[in-house]
Every structure is written in structure tokens, then in C-alpha cells.
Design a protein around this ligand. Structure first.
Ligand code: HAM
Length: 425
């Protein structure tokens, strides 16, 4: 047993899996940059106050915050999500609106670790600040949807709801509280405790005992103001217009308190754990102001990378590609030719690996086979003496002896032209 292992709820994302994560973020960037979103990299920790805006009745704030006093006596917290930090950033820098940004990074929540739920987890997401336009909600929701499709996922369902304006939401919460209290004797002990803190969260209960009470609960739809209802109708009409399918789910309330009007969640029906939400988001028109900035509406979403990749595994899509190398250099003389040639070939834009420690031809050829390289470039005593090398195609076993000085054009004729990484003239 080694002395140390990863902490509960954290994992090493090892190669080659980590390469898949990078490909995931790159594909996300490509999707959202096509719609004018630019990358933002906010800090991983902030003043605790930034995150208290997520809601004093939410689990994220009351139970899961990684907060501590730093050596300067500041109360800080590791970010449990990106949205609040991005609103703080907006209030601080006042960029022109609409401000469209995307991100990819880790978040920290002290949760009970289980499959699909970690204490350190990664999200990609987008946020737009500065517009209340319902068609912007449509753009945001559709971009998430299109991204899931681009991964090849078929079993993702889009859930949609409106929480109305703050006054609608407050009136609804009060009506819900009264209703749930009138039937509290039928609720589970956990749901009764949740009711004291946040009646909305009772609607999220997965316990069988709570279901009959939840089914008869008043719904938010009855409390929406004219404006909020109109906004929601436009969101639905917009999604219809571009063929994005959704289910209106009046029980969808989300786990963070800053939402108003549109909320949505992408749920994978191929994940069989309790953690089926692969992403979620909504409008948070009051958050920037809450953080001391100018009154500025906002909308966005975040997708969990860990969970979305689990969904990809269960649908057998977005699979790991085989490793790819153009060439592997086998030098059984003294390794100096391998050093020189690998440097030249990498500068010329090829992907090239080599063996070390002066191993035998047999053992170096084994490593070459495992590397996934198309070609082996072999330097034995004869080749070294004549300034040659043997180029062997590892698929067909065909081989050819050529001058080392002709290696770059020769490789290009087999694997294709590459863009030079360095100018070696
Ligand atoms: P969230 O629903 O808390 O929303 O998280 C979004 C997604 O992150 C979830 O659907 C899930 O896939 C993933 N996720 C959350 N917690 C964990 C965890 N402990 N382990 C693994 N994956 C997890 C937000 O974070 C909001 N900031 C989304 C947003 C952006 N709303 C507006 N803009």
C-alpha cells in the first residue's frame, strides 16, 4: 500500500482518459464559440460572501462549502460552481453587454461521494449577462442540447420550467409551505426537515412516501405573473421553432436559489444511478445586483463532465480514440541519432516518440508497436555508419532504407504534410 491515496470524492483522471476530457472541452469550445461565446477563467477560490448568494437554505451553502480562513485572515471558499464568480467578475470589470462567456474547470462540494457525485468535479458551461430576451434563453438551452447531440448522445431529455419573477416565486413558496405543512404527517422525516429550510426542495424528494403529497401540491404555473408567463411562452415557442424537444416539468426547481423565470435540466435516461442530471441552468436576473453590481439579467447552464462521460460510456459514444503517433524511433547505437531525429521531426510538425535506456532492438520494437505509431524509424550500426535509417511501416511490415537527411519529405509523403512547430532554419 502506498502512503497516500486520493481523498474521498476525488479521482486521478489518468491517461488515456484525461485525453478524452481534453477532447470534450475542445468540442464544447467549438460548439459555443460558433455562437460568439468567449473563454473566461475565473479564480478557483473567492470571498465566501460571493457563494453565500447561492442561497442560505441550499445544501451547497449549508453543508457542502469548502470554506476556510486563509493565512491573511480572509474567509474564502473553493468555488462550488462558476456562475456566482462570473457575476462577481462582471460587477468588478463592467464589460459591455451582452457579455457571452464559456468556461471549463473544477468545482468543489463536500457531498457524499458516490458514482457520478464527487467532491471535486468538472463542468463546462456558458453564461450571458445583460439581456432578458427570451430568445436568448432559447439560444442557451439549444447550445447545450446541440452539444449533447454532437457527442452522439441519444438518451438525454430536456426538462423545462419557469419559476416566475421573485414575487411569483415568493407567493408560490408560501402557498407550497402551507400545503406541505397541512400534510406534513404524511411526509418522510427527511422531507419534513427540508420543509423547514426550503419548501421548494421537498418537490425534489425521491422517496416513495413523499410522492402522493408531491403529486397534489400546488404548481408554480398557477402563480406566474403575466410577464413571466409571456416570457415562458416565448421560450417554448422558440424551442419549438428550431425543433428542440422538451418536457415541461413543474416540479423542476433546481438546487440553487438564484434562479427566476426559466430553469432547465438535461437528464440522461441511460444513467441508472440517482445522479441522472448531466447538466442544468436557468435565468438569474437578480444575482449581479445581489453581488453589488448594476442590475443586470443573466442566463446560462453548466454540464457535468464526469457525469456526461458516464452517459457517453453507457451509450457507447464519444469513445476513446486509439493513440496516434506518426513515428517511433528505434536507435540501438547510442541514442544520439534518435535524439537528433526526434527533435527535427517534431519541429517539422510530426508526432514522434522514441525509446530510452539503450534497450535491445527487440524490446524497442515492442514499445514501438504499443505506441500506436504508423512507422518505426530504425537506426542500427550499419544505418548509423552510412547516415541512413530504415523506415518500417508497422501495419504492413514493408520497409525501405533512406538517407536520414531525406526523412522529413519521406515522412510527409507517407503520413501527409504537417505544419512546422518550430522554424529550424
Ligand atoms: P448544478 O445543477 O448544481 O448547476 O450543476 C450542473 C451540473 O454539474 C449537474 O447537472 C451535474 O451534471 C454536475 N454536478 C453537480 N454536482 C456534481 C457533483 N458533486 N459531482 C459530479 N457532477 C456534479 C450549477 O452548477 C449552476 N452553476 C448551473 C448554471 C449555470 N446555472 C446558470 N448558469
Amino acid at each position: 500500500m502506498p502512503s497516500f491515496q486520493t481523498s474521498p470524492g476525488t479521482r486521478d483522471i489518468l491517461p488515456p482518459q484525461a485525453g478524452r476530457w481534453r477532447a470534450f472541452s475542445a468540442q464544447f469550445a467549438d460548439t459555443v464559440e460558433s455562437a460568439g461565446y468567449e473563454c473566461i477563467i475565473p479564480p478557483m477560490f473567492e470571498d465566501l460572501g460571493v457563494f453565500l448568494r447561492l442561497g442560505d437554505a441550499t445544501d451547497v451553502v449549508t453543508k457542502e462549502m469548502y470554506d476556510f480562513e486563509d493565512k491573511g485572515g480572509r474567509r474564502v471558499a473553493l468555488r462550488p460552481e462558476h456562475t456566482a464568480g462570473i457575476c462577481r467578475s462582471f460587477a468588478q470589470h463592467r464589460p459591455t453587454t451582452p457579455w457571452k462567456v464559456w468556461y471549463s474547470g473544477s468545482n468543489f462540494r463536500y457531498e457524499k461521494a458516490q458514482a457520478g457525485r464527487y467532491r471535486q468535479f468538472d463542468q463546462v458551461g456558458i453564461e450571458v449577462l445583460g439581456s432578458t430576451d427570451a430568445l436568448l434563453d432559447v439560444e442557451v438551452i439549444a447550445l447545450g442540447w446541440q452539444f449533447f447531440q454532437s457527442l452522439g448522445l441519444k438518451n438525454v431529455v430536456l426538462m423545462l420550467n419557469s419559476l416566475g419573477d421573485p414575487a411569483d416565486r415568493a407567493a408560490y413558496i408560501e402557498a407550497l409551505r402551507q400545503y406541505l405543512e397541512s400534510r406534513s404527517s404524511e411526509l418522510s422525516e427527511e422531507a419534513r426537515a427540508t420543509l423547514q429550510r426550503n419548501p421548494l426542495r421537498v418537490l425534489d424528494s425521491k422517496r416513495v412516501q413523499d410522492k402522493p403529497v408531491i403529486i397534489d401540491a400546488p404548481t408554480i404555473a398557477q402563480f406566474l405573473s403575466e410577464d413571466a408567463r409571456g416570457h415562458f411562452e416565448t421560450v417554448k415557442a422558440g424551442l419549438d421553432a428550431i425543433g428542440v424537444q422538451y418536457e415541461v416539468n413543474e416540479g423542476l426547481v433546481r438546487g440553487l436559489d438564484y434562479y427566476q423565470r426559466t430553469v432547465f435540466e438535461y437528464v440522461s435516461t441511460s444513467l441508472d444511478s440517482a445522479q441522472t442530471a448531466v447538466g442544468g441552468g436557468g435565468r438569474y436576473d437578480g444575482l449581479v445586483e445581489d453581488l453589488g453590481g448594476p442590475s443586470t439579467p443573466g442566463v446560462g447552464f453548466a454540464l457535468g463532465i464526469d457525469r456526461t462521460l458516464l452517459a457517453c460510456d453507457s451509450e457507447n459514444v464519444f469513445e476513446l480514440g486509439a493513440p496516434q503517433m506518426d513515428a517511433f524511433i528505434v536507435d540501438v547505437v547510442d541514442g544520439m541519432t534518435a535524439l537528433r531525429l526526434s527533435d527535427q521531426l517534431r519541429a517539422a510538425g510530426f508526432t514522434v516518440d522514441r525509446a530510452y535506456d539503450g534497450r535491445s532492438m527487440k524490446s524497442q520494437m515492442k514499445v514501438a508497436d504499443r505506441s500506436g505509431a504508423r512507422l518505426a524509424i530504425i537506426i542500427g550500426e550499419d544505418e548509423a555508419a552510412a547516415g541512413n535509417c530504415t523506415v518500417r511501416n508497422l501495419m504492413t511490415s514493408e520497409q525501405q532504407v533512406i538517407l536520414q537527411a531525406e526523412l522529413v519529405p519521406h515522412l510527409a509523403s507517407i503520413v501527409g504534410e504537417r505544419n512546422p512547430r518550430r522554424n529550424t532554419q
